[in-house]
Design a protein around this ligand. Structure first.
Ligand code: HEC
Ligand code: HEC
Length: 682
């Protein structure tokens, strides 16, 4: 069998051989003192001038924010040590790589209310935390949720922080001068350039010879990992559509990492040409189904899947490609307590409030007109469609599969808080007081770029050892799409992670960690979900693929939407509700003609074309809708609007969550095993 053969590659030998080859090439470049290289590796950054940071009253205390920004989830950047980020210099230069200016220019968030992690281990942007990898007890850089799910809008020198919003960084993108390319070039040059090495080693290890030696080994290993990644799930040919700023092909990348890299099946690498925007997360705990295509329902399984995509180290198979035995299978840095803490914190997050003093006063009469239009033209899709808590049917034995899943784990299902329906079948009653049902809108109806939804449906992966009962000759029946494949894996992996942290059904531990007593399910639909739009004004660019820069453009006819525009600068346009789109230095040029980038669909037009979802909106109607969207649901404006059906004070809060708060204790500022409370200069 091909897949068996490909599994037997020897990782270690390959890594060293290839690592050395890269080093040789780079050494050549260093020795020739290449000014072309210097130019190539000059940071491709935007330039931003901020004098004040403002938070938008989203219901978080400072501690909540701090927890979200720094709680680790167990992901790694090919094993990069936490301290290295700030000790590295730019390639072919002695300047600090992770300076505030560079980090900000790459689209990270480093500033504000002293929350940037500036301490003895240097500056780290929001969402770059750390965890200890027990393999060698080193502190590794951890890419947390906040890295992708925190936004910032700039307006005339003020930065408006949008917690749980959309990031604009381009950490997935490997073009000249981009963060990841610069970082890796710096690491390689540090190994081959003795002077650069000496400065780096002085910073990290001082003059302790053994520590310097270890550092060299660790850095060499990192470069080997990077090389391996670039030959596996990071192969450039898998990414024909540049992700650019503010996007990543999350599901495509998860598929490649999990089924290609972690299961070590070469044939499972698929083209990932459907980059998507980082979505916003307030109220997300209210949703019945999440992800753009709405393919899953449970927070923990979703998060563990995501952490695998963001390269959390995990042991799944042996050298022969067989699943590792109990005890070894699932050994990982994935931190389910960290994730539970973040989920608990996210449940307190509210949508951002439009700051009139900065972005301009609301025209109430116009907003009232918009309120009517929204109820007429938008609410039947965007809701929120309030629903009673669900009663989820359970698999109660090995043969049971009530919701027709690709795979169930009945022991996991039954480890939640189980009750029985009228027909005496086991169910889990969702703990939410009420929920939001999000409708799936078929891609043929909504007409937006279908690539993400089609890839999700059509890309198939050989599930290999996850389906041991399927004989090797029967390759076709081992093929699964990303959702079903993740289900096969996560049904095994999540319970192992729970066990390793002592989370059991006692005291409803599993029910709680499962995300409000929800059993893990997958649905496969070629559709995008229509989500509620509270606070959407603060989350440009728009649509799942970020192809429409502003809400004004989204409400305009297709021919009026920009075809090419710049993404990366955070200066906000409060008239159109989007970022400014000029092509400035550091910006990524978004080209809507590329696969995955289409800006079609979701159209308000009187011509009968694909993706028409409403009548043409006049200029005045568009402006009225925009005015309403600025304050939709914001309780401060409810009276002025003559009541607001979307008032977000009416939705019940999340049930109290003692276990979640407990999970946070390890991560609270001042707790022993996270960053010591740092000095906070402003
Ligand atoms: C590397 C960037 C990145 C990181 C890190 C990350 N996410 Fe996401 N997240 C995304 C992207 C991109 C999507 C959209 C993927 C899709 O649906 O195709 C997403 C989707 C989601 C969704 C579904 C949103 C919706 O509209 O349905 C939730 C919830 C979520 N993420 C929560 C988290 C949490 C919690 C963490 C940390 C435990 C996390 N994410 C870490 C990039 C990231
Ligand atoms: C037929 C159902 C439907 C109607 C009607 C509809 N929408 Fe949407 N809307 C969607 C879907 C589905 C998406 C997600 C599409 C995608 O990402 O490809 C969406 C996306 C959006 C987004 C982008 C959200 C984001 O995070 O990027 C905005 C803003 C929006 N709609 C506003 C409106 C407004 C305003 C109206 C009324 C004038 C409206 N929509 C009417 C289904 C609908």
């Amino acid at each position: 069998m091909d897949f068996q053969k490909s599994l037997r590659r020897n990782f270690a030998v390959r890594r060293i051989r290839r690592g050395v080859a890269v080093l040789a090439i780079t050494t050549g470049a260093v020795l020739t003192g290449c000014s072309i290289a210097r130019q190539y590796f000059a940071p491709n950054i935007t330039s931003e001038h901020i004098t004040e940071v403002r938070y938008l009253d989203q219901g978080w205390t400072r501690e909540d924010r701090e927890l979200f920004y720094s709680t680790p989830q167990g992901t790694e950047l090919q094993g990069l040590h936490y301290q290295w980020l700030s000790a590295l210099e730019l390639p072919f230069s002695e300047e600090t790589l992770a300076s505030a200016e560079n980090l900000r220019g790459w689209g990270f968030i480093v500033d504000g209310e002293n929350l940037s992690r500036e301490n003895s281990t240097g500056l780290h942007p929001v969402g770059m935390g750390k965890h200890v990898n027990t393999e060698d007890n080193s502190e590794r850089l951890d890419l947390g949720c906040a890295l992708c799910h925190t936004g910032e809008l700039h307006y005339k020198g003020t930065a408006l922080r949008v917690d749980g919003g959309q990031a604009i960084q381009g950490i997935s993108t490997s073009g000249p001068g981009e963060f990841i390319v610069t970082l890796n070039a710096a690491a390689i040059e540090t190994l081959v350039n003795p002077k650069k090495w000496a400065r780096f080693a002085d910073r990290i290890a001082g003059d302790n010879a053994a520590a310097r030696n270890q550092l060299r080994q660790d850095l060499t290993r990192y470069v080997g990992e990077v090389w391996d990644f670039s030959q596996g799930p990071g192969q450039p040919k898998l990414f024909p559509t540049t992700e650019g700023r503010g996007r990543t092909d999350a599901v495509g990348r998860i598929g490649n990492v999990v089924f290609g890299y972690n299961l070590n099946i070469e044939e499972n690498y698929k083209v990932a040409n459907a980059p998507v925007s980082y979505p916003f997360l307030w109220d997300i705990w209210r949703f019945d189904w999440v992800q753009y295509t709405g393919f899953t329902n449970q927070a923990m399984a979703r998060n563990v899947g995501e952490s695998l995509g963001v390269m959390a180290p995990v042991k799944l198979v042996d050298d022969d490609g067989q699943l590792l035995p109990e005890g070894e299978f699932g050994q990982s840095t994935i931190d389910v307590e960290g994730m539970q803490c973040i989920e608990t914190t996210l449940r307190k997050l509210k949508p951002p409030k439009w700051p009139e003093d900065i972005l301009g006063e609301i025209d109430i009469a116009r907003a009232r007109q918009g309120k009517g239009l929204f109820a007429d033209q938008c609410a039947h899709c965007h809701g929120p469609h309030i629903s009673k808590p669900y009663v989820w049917p359970l698999a109660s034995g090995p043969e049971d599969n009530p919701s027709n899943q690709r795979s169930t784990n009945w022991q996991w299902d039954m480890a939640g808080q189980v009750s029985y329906d009228e027909e005496n079948r086991p169910v889990r009653e969702d703990w939410r007081e009420s929920m939001w049902s999000v409708p799936w809108i078929d891609i043929a109806v909504i007409g937006t770029d279908p690539t993400a939804a089609r890839n999700y449906m059509d890309h198939t992966y050989d599930a290999g050892p996850l389906l041991p009962q399927v004989s090797e000759g029967d390759a076709d029946s081992r093929l699964v799409n990303a959702g079903n494949g993740l289900q096969l894996l996560l049904n095994e992996l999540v319970p192992v992670l729970y066990k390793s942290r002592g989370i059991s059904s006692d005291g409803n531990g599993i029910a709680d960690y499962d995300g409000l007593n929800v059993p893990f399910r997958i649905v496969n639909k070629p559709a995008y979900k229509a989500r509620p739009l509270h606070g959407v004004w603060a989350t440009p660019p728009f649509l799942h693929n970020g192809s429409v820069p502003s809400i004004y453009d989204l409400l305009s006819p297709l021919e009026a939407r920009p075809v090419r525009f710049g993404v990366g600068h955070r200066e906000y346009n409060p008239q159109k509700l989007g970022y400014v789109t000029d092509l400035l230095p550091g910006n990524f040029e978004f080209d809507t003609a590329q696969t995955g980038n289409s800006n079609s669909g979701h159209l308000f037009t009187d011509t009968d074309i694909a993706g028409r979802i409403g009548k043409r909106l006049s200029e005045g109607e568009r402006m009225a809708l925009i005015e309403y969207l600025k304050v939709m649901g914001n309780p401060d404006f409810s009276d002025a609007l003559g009541s607001d059906p979307q008032n977000w004070n009416q939705y019940p809060a999340a049930p109290a969550n003692t276990l979640g708060e407990l999970a946070c204790d390890r991560f609270r500022p001042g707790a022993a095993n996270v960053l010591a409370q740092e000095e906070r200069p402003q």
